[in-house]
Design a protein around this ligand. Structure first.
Ligand SMILES: Cc1ncc(COP(=O)(O)O)c(C=O)c1O
Length: 359
């Protein structure tokens, strides 16, 4: 069986080191905040080259807390893609604001800055690009539109340019992510001192000192145990991302591009997912499944057509490129240390399935 992502293959060589760190955590008796979380916040801020990095419970909270800390809520609009995980738009609605969906560039699958520009109104308070599948979103073009950016970077830790423009840039450490924890975890990278201070308060009930409660916040903390694991993994991230890039290049070398459209490469793309496009995805995914190889289609019902977003009034046809990508994308196996033999099996299965159709 070849999985879509083999997380364990990535961390298996690090299990002895993880055990040591967990033993230290058990000895310390500190599980909430404390030195491990602070050290991870410092190390990730240095990696991302931002002044503040704040650990939270997951990537969804990271988005909600960023919006709240930036003062975005009822009556405000935030422009985001519809071709993304539901949490992107859900967080905007949870903060009390209105998600405004813009279409994507058909080549990059990231927000199309021209379509975003057309959707800016006096109520727009931010743009929330997603670095989809690990590909850097067009931050410079989006920033030029004059609205603050909140980067949903859940899928793109380590991608070039990530966290370079956003007031806040949010990360998820869900175990399949490029940088992952061994459970839930999240992070907000922040370039604004005051917003960072509010995020720190909001993640702990709106308090600075556990005595006085100045804001309506929540409880959203990164566990010390997860921070310990993340500190073991962070030094390996660049190597894992290089492994993903090498795997993507190998798919092209093996001739996969003869039968499906490959994701065009750009330097700094970290291939959170390796997503091809094909009108024959049902046939290909069935052939892969029969061969014991996992594949997946993402965001098959894009967010503007999800039942919970019906109140926003979008219809089929509202976002043509989004709907096309929803209909023809297919993710193939890729992770930081995928083997050439595994990729050869994937490609030969896809080529054989397509040869049958061509015959
Ligand atoms: C683009 C995107 N945004 C937000 C999230 C939410 O992160 P979490 O699952 O950690 O809440 C995810 C992933 O799960 C995601 O892929």
């Amino acid at each position: 069986m070849i999985p879509l992502v083999d997380v364990k293959a990535q961390y298996a060589p690090l299990i002895p080191e993880l055990k040591e760190r967990f033993a230290e955590a058990l000895e310390s008796g500190r599980f909430i905040f404390g030195p491990e979380v602070e050290a991870f916040e410092r190390e990730s801020a240095a990696y991302l080259e931002v002044p503040h990095a704040i650990g939270v419970a997951n990537g969804t909270d990271a988005l909600v807390l960023s919006l709240e800390a930036m003062g975005i809520g009822v009556g405000d609009e935030v422009i985001c893609p519809s071709f993304t995980f539901y949490a992107t738009a859900e967080a905007i609605a949870r903060a009390g604001a209105t998600p405004v969906f813009a279409d994507i560039d058909p080549v990059t699958l990231n927000l199309d800055p021209e379509d975003v520009a057309a959707r800016i109104t006096p109520k727009t308070k931010a743009i929330m690009p997603v670095h989809l599948f690990g590909r850097p979103a067009p931050l410079v073009e989006l920033a030029a539109l004059g609205q603050p950016l909140i980067e949903d970077s859940a899928q793109a830790f380590g991608a070039t340019g990530v966290a370079s423009e956003g007031v806040c840039s949010t990360f998820s450490f869900f175990p399949t992510k490029n940088l992952f924890s061994l459970g839930d975890g999240g992070l907000i990278a922040c370039r604004d001192d005051e917003v960072a201070e509010r995020v720190r308060m909001l993640r702990f009930h709106g308090s600075r000192d556990k005595q006085t409660f100045e804001l309506i916040g929540t409880n959203s903390r990164l566990d010390a145990i997860q921070a310990a694991a993340l500190r073991v993994f962070l030094p390996h991230l660049t190597g894992w991302n290089e492994g993903r890039r090498a795997g993507a290049a190998r798919y092209a070398e093996l001739g996969l591009g003869n039968v499906v459209d490959l994701p065009p490469d750009v330097p700094g793309h970290v291939y959170h997912m390796y997503v091809v496009r094909t009108p024959d995805r049902a046939l290909i995914s069935t052939a892969l499944e029969e061969a014991g190889i996992a594949s997946a289609s993402y965001y098959v019902t894009p967010l503007h057509l999800q039942p919970a977003m019906r109140y926003l009034g979008y219809r089929p046809g509202s976002l043509p490129e989004t709907e096309r990508a929803a209909a023809d994308n297919l993710a193939l196996p890729l992770w930081g240390c995928i083997g050439a033999d595994e990729q050869e099996q994937v490609v030969s299965t896809v080529l054989a399935a397509m040869a049958v159709t061509a015959a």
